[in-house]
Design a protein around this ligand. Structure first.
Ligand code: BG6
Length: 294
């Protein structure tokens, strides 16, 4: 990693909290990606506050996901559809990814790439060849691209998410636009199917919803005078999650009083919206996140 990373200005290998990571710094902003899970833990556009929320109680251990930032949920979302004993949200977020180089663009954006291949441990959880590439680009926007390339002669069903945790002024004050008219599975109400009626969705209790057939949405945070626009491709659902008081208290890696400061708006293929990956096929999951003043 050292040699490849050292060759590109603005990309520095580092170790934070005992884990290897890559730091990106350019005129557009700064970011930090751990090799553990290829986990983007921080993105701060120049002149802005931090955009991503990370729990002060997060573990930083090779066998546990980091609580916050952008965990990569892959190849399933939530509980495994048939085998409840398998890890929630798949295993990509707890594997050691390899750094695969960086590059810069004419507009000053910097990209870093990470790859994950199958090994004995992944095949025990998911008995297939595995070819994953993840590219993080820090430019005028943050661009996240997760590429799944099938090396398999059988089709498979792919779920997952770029499980983005946003730092916000107060979950009780923010609004999410762009979801009106979308049907959703309300996991707080026995997975009842509902249709979103609100132009500006607000959150006033524990919320765990999978919205279908979504395209772009935006997070409006009046307390911090900013709107975060989230555009995407290759994603058929958007998950909105805040654990509120009781669930936060039950989670070992989530501070009891941290829930007001975060909301997850996840670029996902979740619930019924998995992707059919054809033999030797290909799927690209992309999120483009941009901070706009109000
Ligand atoms: C969300 C799910 O995506 O992730 C929630 O909708 C879940 O149900 C949350 O609680 C956190 O999951 P985990 O596995 O990181 O604790």
């Amino acid at each position: 990693m050292d040699e490849a990373a050292g060759m590109i200005a603005g990309i520095e290998p580092s170790v934070e909290r005992g884990l290897a990571c890559v730091r990106i710094a350019n005129r557009h902003g700064e970011a930090l990606v751990y090799l553990h899970g290829a986990h983007l833990a921080s993105w701060r556009p120049t002149g802005q506050r931090e955009v991503l929320w990370t729990s002060a109680r997060s573990a930083y251990q090779s066998d546990k996901p980091i609580r916050g930032g952008v965990p990569i949920c892959w190849p399933w979302f939530g509980a495994h559809p048939e085998r409840a004993e398998l890890p929630a949200h798949g295993f990509a977020r707890t594997r050691a990814w390899a750094f695969a180089g960086g590059s810069t663009r004419a507009d000053g954006a910097t990209s870093v790439a990470f790859v994950l291949r199958d090994d004995a441990a992944t095949r025990a959880l998911w008995p297939r060849p595995l070819r994953l590439r993840y590219q993080v680009t820090v430019g005028p926007a943050l661009e996240l691209r997760l590429q799944t390339t099938s090396a398999d002669d059988r089709p498979f069903s792919l779920g997952g998410a770029l499980h983005t945790y946003f730092a916000i002024s107060d979950v009780r004050a923010i609004g999410i636009t762009g979801l009106r008219g979308a049907t959703y599975i309300d996991r707080m109400r026995d997975s009842a199917r509902e249709t979103e009626q609100h132009e500006r969705l607000t959150i006033a209790t524990e919320t765990d919803r999978i919205y279908d057939s979504t395209t772009a949405c935006a997070l409006d945070d009046p307390g911090w005078s900013r709107t975060i626009a989230i555009a995407k491709t290759g994603s058929r659902s958007t998950v909105v999650w805040n654990p509120w008081i009781a669930k936060a208290a039950r989670m070992a890696d989530f501070g009891d009083d941290e829930w007001p400061g975060m909301v997850c708006i996840e670029t996902a293929n979740a619930g019924d919206a998995s992707i059919a990956v054809q033999p030797y096929g290909y799927h690209d999951l992309v999120a483009r996140i941009e901070v706009q003043g109000r």
